[in-house]
Structure formats: C-alpha cells, structure tokens
Design a protein around this ligand. Structure first.
Ligand SMILES: NC(=O)NCCC(=O)O
Ligand SMILES: [Zn+2]
Length: 396
C-alpha cells in the first residue's frame, strides 16, 4: 500500500486520503486540453488547478516542477473497467487497489467500473461494490449492469441515479444463462433510462446465436481458445449492435455501445450517427492494437490470455477501428480491463467456453493510444486528450 501512497508525497500531495496543504507550479510545459494547446504554467493548490497561464510568479512556499519540452495534460479516464468482478466462476485478479495502482502507473487517474447486481438486486450490488472499492487509491465512478427486470429494479434505478450518483446502466445482450437479457428487458430498461435521464449502454453480441456457435465448435471437436473467436463472429456483434441501435431509436434515447470490436458493429454506429441518432461508440485498446492470431497460438496459456468478449478480431478490424476513432465515428477509448491469471484461464483448458473472459489494459491504455494513434499521425495531441480523458466527462 505505502509504495503508492508515498508516491506523491515528495510534492506534498495527498497520501491515500490524508489531506495536507500543497502548492505546486508546473512550469513551462505545453499544456493540452481537448480543444487547445499552448506553452503555459499550471498552478495547483491542494490538488485543484487554480490557474493556467504563461509566466505565473509564485512564492518560496511553492514547489516548482520544470516541464519545459514536455506535455502537461489531464490524467486519463478509463470509462470501462472490471475490478474485483465475480465472473465465470472466478474473481478478477485485480482488485480496486492493484488495478488502480496499475492505472496510475500508466497515466490513468480515474476509471468507471461496472457494479454487478447480486441476484438482480441493484442495492445489494451497490453495497458490495462500495466495500470492494474501500481500498481505492485514485478517483473512480460506477456504471451499473441491469440483469433482471421488475418493479423493484425499476425503483432501484431511480435510487441509483438520484442518491448514489450512478447514471449509466449497461445491458448485456450476451452471456446466455448469466447476465444476458432479452429484448423485452432491453426496451423496458431503455425506457427507464430515458425517464431518468440516464445513459443506456449495451454489450452488443447476440447471446442466443453465440450459444449455438459454441455448440457447433464443440461438436466439431474445436475446444481450444480459437473456438472462442470462431463461435462468436463479427456478424453476431453487428446484429446485436444494429438491434440495440434500432430499439434505442424506437424508445428515442441515447445509446452507448461498449467495446466495439468489429467493423460490422462500427459500421452500424456510423450509419446511425450519420442519420442523426445519438449513438456513442467505445473501442477498447485490445481491439485497436491486437488481432486474433493470438487465439491460434499453439500454447494454451498464451492463447487463453487473449480470450475476451466480443473477441479480438482478425487483422484489419483493428485498423478500421483506429480510422473510425480518428474520424469521429467512435468517441472514446476504454479498456474493459478484466484480468484473470493463467491459473484462472486454465479452467478452460479442455473447453474454451470455461476460459474466464477478459484481458488487461488499464495500465497500457494511455501509451498504446499515444503510440498507435498520435505517433502515426492519425490524431492530434488535443484529440488524444479528448479520446482518453475528457470525452467521458462531456458525455455525462
Ligand atoms: N469483456 C470481457 O471479456 N469480460 C468482461 C465482461 C464484459 O464486459 O463483457
Ligand atoms: Zn466490460
């Protein structure tokens, strides 16, 4: 714990909740936000940015950091994480502390995690996540999943929005037999989001068809990690994405599509946005920089690391997603950080359906987006700040 709590103490910063007065001047850097960049000083008092302007003069009680030749930008906000998540018979290996420590090491200073209800109860889920988040060492927020529907859940959504500060709700169209909801629930949920002014989010894959695809693979004797990709092709992501988009249009409420992994889904989002519908698309770093060749690796331990849903796609989807991000079809980058170790992944050594789904990324996101998108000239530094940090705040 202390390693991270002490990390900022040199600058008089807060030490894991112990607030002490601090004054810092970050001098002479290129200050970047989502709209503009200029050489300026940044004056920070007790963790709050008080002034941004050239040549700020300060007294001896202020710690001065020379940022000449460097960029000074907001910390990253990861809009999609799963820390301490119970999933597929296991719990993610990163809890709030270790996941956040990794995030901080990589330049992300806030994340939004998904509260998973307990037996459908939002209240019980929220209380559990409040406990899980007790060992936090950075800012975080919550979205919430909706996994069943009745009057109680509908009322609890209002409590979450009005009293608990949660105003984004995710509906899983996949994971048949666990989180998956049907279209009736999706419509009810969208209607409730609309009436509460909350944002509806979807994990868009056709869970029934995935189930059928998995059966087909097993019948063909394909039990390794490659079966994961083969059983849930881009087609099924595209189908669910367009269905969710059309139902959101029917209800007339905005829609946020999490982890857009394929051209198929991205093109549905592009069409809807072009038609004027309020649809937000979130690619994740794994989908932007990797391809599915890893899932065919002969070593199970290596291949299983890359099992997530929707799957990492064949080469070409990644470049198309990058282009969509650069041209404004997709809006912001998450990670879907949901890390399992090799012992946990080995639950599926004989059957890919049992490999816990999820990959890492919370530490790597900022530098991977920089390397892939800025260094290649696809986006500007201001775009970088928008896609990795400020856009989530603007949406909310
Ligand atoms: N994506 C994934 O494979 N694991 C996390 C749960 C989810 O977001 O679907
Ligand atoms: Zn997720």
């Amino acid at each position: 714990n202390n390693l991270f709590c002490d990390a900022g103490s040199e600058y008089g910063g807060p030490q894991c909740g112990i607030q002490s007065s601090s004054k810092i001047l970050i001098k002479g850097g290129t200050v970047v936000n989502a709209h503009h960049q200029q050489i300026a000083d940044v004056y920070v008092e007790d963790g709050i940015v008080v002034a941004v302007q050239p040549n700020i003069n300060v007294g001896d009680d202020v710690k001065v950091l020379d940022a000449t030749g460097k960029f000074v930008m907001p910390g990253g906000i990861d809009p999609h994480t799963h820390l301490a998540m119970e999933f597929m018979g296991s719990e993610t290996i990163d809890d709030f502390f270790s996941g956040q420590a990794a995030a901080l090491a990589g330049g992300t200073t806030m994340h939004i995690d998904f509260v998973i209800p307990i037996n459908g109860s939002l209240t019980a889920g929220f209380e559990a996540y409040e406990k899980k988040a007790k060992n936090s060492c950075m800012d975080y927020g919550f979205h919430m999943a909706i996994t069943k529907w009745d009057e109680v859940v509908s009322d609890e959504m209002e409590v979450m929005v009005k009293e608990k500060g949660i105003n984004s709700f995710k509906f899983f169209m996949a994971y048949k037999g666990s989180f998956m909801i049907n279209d009736e629930l999706l419509i009810e949920g969208f209607k409730r989001c609309k009436s509460l002014g909350a944002l509806a989010m979807v994990h868009a894959e056709n869970g029934d068809a995935v189930f059928e695809g998995q059966k087909r693979m097993i019948e063909l004797g394909i039990t390794g990690p490659e079966g994961h990709a083969l059983s849930r092709p881009p087609l099924l992501e595209g189908e669910a994405t367009t269905r969710a988009i059309r139902l959101a249009e029917f209800v007339n409420t905005p829609l946020y599509v999490v982890h857009v992994m394929s051209m198929d889904a991205m093109e549905e989002i592009a069409k809807a946005r072009k038609a004027g519908q309020r649809v937000i698309g979130e690619p994740v770093v794994s989908g932007l920089v990797l391809d599915d060749s890893w899932l065919w690796h002969s070593d199970f331990v290596t291949a299983a690391k890359y099992v997530m849903s929707p799957p990492i796609r064949a080469s070409g989807h990644n470049k198309a997603l990058q282009a969509a991000l650069a041209t404004g079809i997709l809006q912001l980058v998450g990670t879907d950080h949901c890390a399992f170790n090799s012992t946990q992944k080995a639950f599926g050594i004989d059957d890919f359906r049992k490999i816990p789904n999820g990959v890492n990324g919370i530490e790597e996101r900022m530098h991977l987006v920089w390397d892939t998108m800025v260094e290649s000239g696809q986006i500007s530094v201001t775009d970088y700040v928008r896609l990795t940090s400020t856009e989530w705040g603007r949406l909310k």
